[in-house]
Ligand binder design. Structure first.
Ligand code: 5GP
Length: 186
């Protein structure tokens, strides 16, 4: 059995990466998504161990010191990291693993694992991105403006990725990502 492959999925906050990934894994048993660790507070409805592993700053620093992350980065004042062991275990079992992470972490992964494929999710327009970010209603105005500013930076990093998918109609975006993964299988 061949080993699984890593797919890095990045894109600006609010672009709908999470929705695409959820739809994709619900229809593909052989693709799983890594659960990240973060120091940010849980949003309403988020479950520890499912949405994220919510860690204190100390716990996060301890995991960094023990080399327990594949990559980690700061994003809008919080730390995020991909736990190593669960990802390596899934790859060994031949499962393709999606890392839904921001661009600094994404670039680290693509440098460390040259066989990893990067997929960048683009919004149909800047206006639609702002609308989505505001529609979420889970963040303060300050946090939204910060995420929009970060989004502009993130969009400037698009050329570091192997594939671009525009998140227009959801089914189309999911089909595009599924096609990329299927094409990369041996
Ligand atoms: P949010 O706070 O909206 O859940 O996530 C903020 C950003 O952090 C998103 O772009 C998300 O993809 C990214 N992110 C989530 N988990 C990780 C991770 O493990 N590593 C890195 N580098 N970014 C992550």
């Amino acid at each position: 059995m061949s080993k699984g492959k890593i797919y890095v999925i990045s894109g600006p906050s609010g672009v709908g990466k999470g929705t695409i990934v959820k739809a994709l894994i619900s229809s593909h048993d052989d693709i799983k998504v890594s659960v990240s660790a973060t120091t940010r507070s849980p949003r309403e409805g988020e479950i520890n161990g499912e949405s994220y592993y919510f860690l204190t700053k100390e716990e996060f620093a301890d995991t960094v010191a023990k080399d327990g992350f594949i990559e980690h980065a700061e994003y809008c004042g919080n730390s995020y990291g991909t736990p190593k062991k669960p990802v390596f275990d899934m790859l060994e079992k031949g499962i393709d693993v999606i890392l839904e992470i921001e661009v600094q972490g994404g670039v680290q992964v693509m440098e460390k694992f040259p066989e990893a494929q990067g997929i960048f999710i683009l919004p149909p327009s800047m206006k639609s991105l702002e609308k989505r970010l505001r529609g979420r209603q889970s963040e303060t105005e300050e946090a939204i403006l910060r995420r929009l500013e970060t989004a502009r930076y993130e969009l400037s990093q698009v050329s570091k990725y192997d594939y671009f998918v525009v998140n227009g109609p959801l089914e189309q975006a999911v089909a595009d990502v599924a096609e990329i993964i299927e094409k990369n299988r041996d």
